[in-house]
Ligand binder design. Structure first.
Ligand SMILES: N[C@@H](CCC(=O)N[C@@H](CS)C(=O)NCC(=O)O)C(=O)O
Length: 319
């Protein structure tokens, strides 16, 4: 794992020394938007109009942030409009590796340099790539799912809305809390390099999961009776939890399977049309257990746990 500095790839693990052993995630740098008419979004530059076949997603099936974008591509019926390259499961000294049909690239960092030869920083997935101007529109999953939620509606006729205006004031604070304490919280536990930083992340993570369990014991989804982006953003962390975060990231007060409401909710989401095919436990387990040398030096990938996401759930009690 590494980053780009002065146009060169440098192999380097996260710097946690300067933050007392705490893992800090870098902000995404490409922040433009695809919109229905090509006008600018809330950030970045304009000119990215929703058009069939123009955009390409680079994802890792292991990565929870990239997983969000694959889910929205399914939910919004964009499979024929946006094609996908899946990177290899392991992220080692050259960062993400791929077999790229478009430009014959071997490494993800080459795509970043193609977009911006002066790009400095981490090379992350997902990436939404514009084949027309040969640049990265966005490498921020939270923005990409919002684009997919609405920008292509005129082309697909699919106007299902996972960020409806009347629920935004509810969704935003939930997202913030879930991001900080759960989505990124598992990484803060797993990538901590001091006992103190780990313990702080651990306690906050399980407090937040207890809070989620409380909500989901009263209502079907995080924002009420409507399934929204807040649920999908949580889903990609929950589905990985028992297989990797519980063991590999030491988030082991309890499993998701031990939370009655959350585990039923997780099964409901998993069983919705198109979702199960976005979940790949081979990539997920290989990536985490095989890429983080300092956490799991042998690289041995555990065989368990046995999981039953297709078992019945009880969530219809709420509607
Ligand atoms: N804020 C970004 C985060 C993406 C991210 O951190 N992806 C990880 C994989 S799960 C990555 O590519 N990491 C490479 C690195 O940090 O060098 C988003 O949500 O899109």
């Amino acid at each position: 794992m590494g980053l780009l500095q002065n146009g060169q790839w440098v192999d380097q693990w996260y710097d946690t020394d300067s933050s007392g052993g705490e893992f800090k995630r870098q902000d995404s740098r490409f922040r433009s938007w695809v919109s229905a008419d090509g006008s600018a979004g809330p950030t970045g530059s304009a000119g990215f109009k929703a058009e069939p076949g123009r955009y390409h997603l680079y994802v890792s099936l292991a990565c929870p942030w990239a997983h969000r974008t694959l889910i929205f591509r399914q939910l919004k019926g964009l499979q024929d409009m946006i094609d996908v390259t899946v990177v290899k499961p392991l992220m080692l000294s050259n960062g993400w590796e791929l077999s790229d049909d478009q430009y014959g690239l071997d490494y993800m960092y080459q795509l970043y340099l193609k977009a911006d030869p002066n790009y400095e920083g981490r090379v992350t997935v997902p990436v939404l790539w514009d084949k027309q101007t040969k640049t990265i529109v966005s490498n921020e999953s939270a923005d990409i799912i919002r684009m997919l939620n609405s920008a292509f509606n005129g082309l697909t006729g699919n106007d299902s809305d996972y960020y409806p205006e009347h629920l935004q004031a509810k969704i935003d604070p939930i997202n913030e809390r879930v991001y900080e304490l759960i989505n990124n919280g598992v990484y803060r536990a797993g990538f901590a390099t001091s006992q103190e930083a780990y313990e702080e992340a651990y306690y906050k993570l399980f407090d937040a999961l207890d809070w989620v369990e409380g909500i989901l014991s009263q209502q079907r989804y995080l924002a009420g009776s409507t399934l929204t982006e807040a649920d999908w953003r949580l889903f990609t962390t929950l589905i990985r939890f028992d297989a990797v975060y519980h063991g590999h990231f030491k988030a082991n007060r309890q499993r998701i399977a031990d939370y009655p409401a959350i585990s039923n909710y997780l099964r409901e989401l998993y069983q919705l049309p198109g979702i199960a095919q976005t979940v790949d436990f081979t990539h997920i387990k290989q990536h985490y257990y095989g890429s983080h040398d300092s956490i799991n030096p042998t690289g041995i990938v555990p065989l368990g746990p046995e999981q039953y996401f297709t078992a019945p759930h009880n969530r219809s009690q709420f509607n």
